[in-house]
Design a protein around this ligand. Structure first.
Ligand code: GDP
Ligand code: ADP
Length: 395
C-alpha cells in the first residue's frame, strides 16, 4: 500500500510506537517534533519528543512555558523554521491556537542557558491588544500611589500585574492583590521552569513577574500595568513582551527620603538600603534606550495627568482599541494546511451541512514565549452555497 517508512524511523520504531494517544509529527530543519501521547499516565497530554535525523536519536527536550491543557484531538503544522502551530479541536475560541516554539530567539537563548534541547509553548491570541505599561523608579517615589490612582479612575481599562516576592507582607498588604508572598525555594524552582517573564533581587529579596500574572490581565481584555525595578524593566525590554516603559523620578533626593520615611513601612536599616539603591536606580533610569518616558512626580495630580496623556487617556485622545474575537470552534474532523504565512483550517460539519473553512493569517506574529503569541487573525471564509465543496457533483 503506502510508501515504506524511512530507515531512520524504522530503526527507532519501538520508541515511536511506545507513544500512544493523539499524536502529530512535523519536521523542522533536521528534527521531527512529535507532539502528544501519554505522559505520567495522563492521556492526550501535550508531551514532546524530538527525533534528530542527523544523529538518529530521540531527544526529550526541556519544555518551557505553560503547556495547553489536554484535549482529545489536535493537529499541527509548521508555520516557519522556528515554530509549529498546534490546533486543539473542540475547545473554546481563546484556547484553540497554540505555538510550539522550537527555534525562536527565546528558545535559542534558553538552549544556551540550560545546555539542553529546549522547546517552549505560547498561546495564540487573536489581535494585538493594548501594550502593557512598565512603571519603574526608586522606592518611595510614588509608583504605587500613581498606579492606584489610575486604576481607580479607569477600573475597566487597567489591571495590575501581581508580582511574586520573597519579602514579608506589610501590614495592609493582601496576598494575591499586592503581591504573591512566596518561599524563595518555590520561587527559584518556578523561575527555572520558565514560569517567569523576569525576576530580580531587589533590596535583598527576590521579586518576579510570572507569565500568568501578565496574561491573566491581558486575557481579561485589560491593559496590564507592571510595577517593577530597573533590572526587571531591562529584562522585559529584552523579552518578547512589547510594552511602554515609564520611569518615575522624585523632584529631589531629599523629597524621596522624606516620602520614604513618612510612609513608615520600613525599618531604619531598610530605609537606608532603599536610599542607597535609589541613587543607583536614578542613574540607571537614564540608560539610553531603556525608558520611553521619564516623569517627575512632584505634584501628584500633575504627574498623573502626564501619565494619562502618555497612555492616551486625555480627553482629546481616541479610546484604546481592544481586539474583538469572533467565536470559532475547530471541529474534531478538520484538516490543516499552510502556505505563505496563511493557514487554512477545513472543518467538517454535520452531514448535509457545508464545511467551515477558516483562514488564519500568521504573517504578523508578535510576542511569543514566554507568554502569548499575538497578532493572529482568524476568520471564516464565505463559501458559495453550492455543492462544490461537498464533493457530490462527481459527473
Ligand atoms: N524586577 C522586579 N521588581 C519588582 C517586582 N515587583 C516589585 N518590584 C520592585 O521591587 C522594589 C521594591 O518593592 P516593594 O518591596 O514593594 O517596596 P517599595 O518599592 O518601597 O514600595 C520596587 O522597585 C518595585 O518596583 C517584580 O515583579 N520584578
Ligand atoms: N507627588 C507626591 N507628593 C507627596 N507625596 C507623595 C507623592 N506621591 C506619593 N507620595 C507618598 O510617598 C510615599 C511613597 O509612595 P509609594 O506610592 O508607596 O511609592 P513607591 O510605590 O514608589 O515605593 C507614600 O506615602 C505616598 O503617599
Amino acid at each position: 500500500m503506502g510508501e515504506e517508512a524511512p530507515e531512520y524511523l524504522l530503526d527507532n520504531l519501538d520508541e515511536f510506537s511506545l507513544l500512544k494517544g493523539n499524536q502529530t509529527s512535523n519536521i523542522v530543519g533536521k528534527k521531527i517534533y512529535v507532539v502528544g501521547g501519554c505522559e505520567d499516565g495522563e492521556d492526550n497530554s501535550f508531551s514532546i519528543k524530538i527525533f534528530d535525523r542527523s544523529t538518529s536519536e530521540w531527544l526529550i527536550p526541556t519544555v518551557l512555558g505553560v503547556k495547553p491543557t489536554p484535549c482529545k484531538l489536535h493537529s499541527a503544522v509548521p508555520v516557519n523554521e522556528d515554530r509549529i502551530l498546534v490546533l486543539k479541536s473542540n475547545t473554546a475560541t481563546d484556547d484553540c491556537l497554540w505555538f510550539l516554539e522550537v527555534d525562536t530567539r527565546f528558545v535559542k537563548e534558553q538552549k544556551k542557558i540550560l545546555g539542553t534541547e529546549v522547546v517552549a509553548w505560547s498561546k495564540g491570541v487573536q489581535g494585538t491588544g493594548p501594550k502593557p505599561v512598565v512603571i519603574s523608579g526608586p522606592s518611595g517615589v510614588g509608583k504605587g500611589t500613581l498606579i492606584s490612582k489610575l486604576m481607580k479612575e479607569f477600573p475597566s481599562t487597567f489591571g495590575f500585574s501581581v508580582s511574586h516576592t520573597t519579602r514579608a507582607p506589610r501590614e495592609k498588604e493582601v496576598h494575591g492583590v499586592h503581591y504573591y508572598f512566596t518561599e524563595r525555594s518555590k520561587m527559584e524552582n518556578d523561575i527555572r521552569e520558565g514560569k517567569f517573564l523576569e525576576s530580580a533581587s531587589v533590596h535583598g529579596n527576590l521579586y518576579g513577574t510570572s507569565i500568568e500574572a501578565v496574561e491573566a490581565v491581558t486575557d481579561s481584555g485589560k491593559r496590564c500595568i507592571l510595577d517593577i525595578d530597573v533590572q526587571g524593566a531591562r529584562s522585559v525590554r529584552a523579552s518578547s513582551l512589547e510594552a511602554i516603559f515609564i520611569f518615575i523620578c522624585p523632584p529631589s533626593f531629599e523629597e524621596l527620603e522624606k516620602r520614604l520615611r513618612a510612609r513608615g513601612t520600613e525599618t531604619e536599616e531598610q530605609v537606608q538600603k532603599r536610599l542607597r539603591n535609589a541613587r543607583v536606580e536614578l542613574d540607571q533610569g537614564k540608560s539610553a534606550g531603556l525608558f520611553d518616558h521619564v516623569l517627575v512626580n512632584d505634584d501628584l495630580e500633575r504627574c498623573c495627568e502626564e501619565l494619562k496623556k502618555i497612555l492616551s487617556l486625555d480627553s482629546d485622545a481616541d479610546p484604546v482599541a481592544y481586539p474583538t474575537t469572533e467565536d470559532t470552534r475547530i471541529t474534531d474532523f478538520h484538516a490543516v494546511s499552510a502556505r505563505d504565512q496563511m493557514i487554512l483550517i477545513h472543518c467538517g460539519s454535520e452531514q448535509g451541512m457545508p464545511p467551515t473553512i477558516y483562514e488564519l493569517d500568521v504573517s504578523s506574529l508578535k510576542g511569543g514565549a514566554p507568554g502569548r503569541t499575538r497578532g493572529l487573525n482568524m476568520h471564516p471564509i464565505n463559501l458559495p452555497t453550492t455543492d462544490v465543496l461537498s464533493g457530490i457533483d462527481m459527473d
